[in-house]
Design a protein around this ligand. Structure first.
Ligand code: SF4
Length: 368
């Protein structure tokens, strides 16, 4: 795509970002009303100025699936909805290590251990907690990967332990704006989520927290979510797009989201978060035609979730590399060097993922 420039609102905002100013809600709303083309151009300029010129790939393992007591309206893993997914208990350190090795070979720089529930509890389930710690240690010992975790709500003690174990990013998505959150989740509050992020940050972990687009939120909600994330202070900002799961409330109320809306949101997020990696995550393959998947990367995104999602298959890591190249960018190789040609050569899909033996068939849009 060839982008236009010369839009006063966008040019003014860009100049201020480049001068080190933090944009606010008013700026975000004004930007969201601008055409996609200058926004995308500005997002790319910000990425090039503040980033290292690479696209960072992370990969996740769904370490414990289903039966979650929470009622997040988009989620295949909630016990409240009949989605027919396979459920299983904590995979155990060896299986998680297998998944991490695969992720490393496929070019991921960070590996997230994700558990589906409100919170892995050291007090209530000490054996599972010990397994989580053992898994973190194994992956850190055996792989050249940054290890991240998404274990739900944390106590201060748990956060301190995870930070001491070397967890790099703690993931806990805010999903949407504070205003719209209660429309999506009834069993816990937006503030509960922010509290855990605060606890994780205070313990020394970097934060990965983001949103799901296409849940019926307005453009104002999208801006307000980004502003909330500014206050929280994230260094990785996942942008999921709803991939509706049959049986969940949001499958019924789905609102269409266009490529232009996705690209615009990514660009505005980059302008509001120049120092964070804006990361394309769940639902991108389901919502963007293959020939358009590189457009958010051209508009300032500089991260990607590669490989399979929590309950759905992603496209192959080789295809993700091709999309990065199509956007004129290069993959990050800071944590481990890999051979892009070899990753692409595995595109035929004949090799089985270590998590295929436990992967379920539902669809979902977000890591937790
Ligand atoms: S998003 Fe997380 S907390 Fe919400 S239902 Fe799914 S697994 Fe549970």
């Amino acid at each position: 795509m060839v982008y236009e420039t010369g839009n006063e609102t966008v040019d003014d905002a860009l100049e201020r970002v480049l001068a080190g100013e933090r944009l606010d809600r008013t700026d975000g709303l004004a930007l969201m009303a601008q055409p996609v083309s200058p926004l995308a151009e500005a997002g790319a300029v910000v990425r090039d100025r503040f980033g290292d010129g690479t696209v960072d790939a992370c990969s996740i393992v769904n370490a414990k699936a289903g039966n979650c007591a929470e009622d997040c309206g988009f989620c295949a893993q909630s016990v409240h909805f009949d989605t027919g997914i396979d459920t299983y208990g904590f995979l155990g350190p060896e299986k998680i290590l297998e998944a991490a090795k695969r992720a490393e070979r496929d070019g991921a720089q960070r590996f997230g251990i994700v558990v589906a529930e409100k919170g892995v509890s050291k007090e209530r389930r000490p054996e599972e907690w010990a397994d989580v710690l053992e898994s973190i240690r194994l992956v850190r010992e055996e792989c050249d990967l940054e290890v991240d975790a998404s274990l739900g709500i944390l106590t201060k003690e748990e956060a301190t332990i995870l930070a001491a174990e070397g967890i790099n990013h703690y993931n806990h998505n805010i999903e949407t704006s504070p205003r719209y959150f209660p429309e999506i989740v009834g069993t816990h509050s937006f503030e509960d989520r922010v509290k855990t992020l605060d606890v994780a940050k205070a313990a020394g972990m970097d934060l990965c927290a983001g949103v799901i687009l296409g849940m019926g939120e307005t453009p104002v909600d999208r801006v307000e979510a980004a502003v909330a994330l500014q206050d929280i202070g994230v260094s990785s900002l996942p942008v999921n797009v709803l991939n509706p799961v049959e049986g969940t409330p949001l499958a019924e109320q789905r609102t269409e989201i266009t490529t232009e809306e996705i690209v615009k949101t990514v660009a505005v997020y980059k302008l509001l978060h120049p120092d964070a990696r804006v990361r394309l995550t769940g639902g991108r393959e389901a919502n963007l035609p293959s020939a358009e998947q590189h457009l958010p990367l051209e508009a300032g995104a500089d991260g990607i979730l590669t490989g399979d999602y929590l309950t759905t298959d992603g496209q192959s890591p080789g295809e993700d590399l091709e999309i990065i190249e199509r956007a004129g960018l290069v993959p990050n190789m800071e944590a481990n060097e890999f051979d892009p040609a070899a990753v692409k050569a595995r595109n035929d899909g004949t090799e089985q993922s270590p998590t295929d033996t436990v992967a379920s068939t539902g669809a979902e849009s977000s890591d937790d």
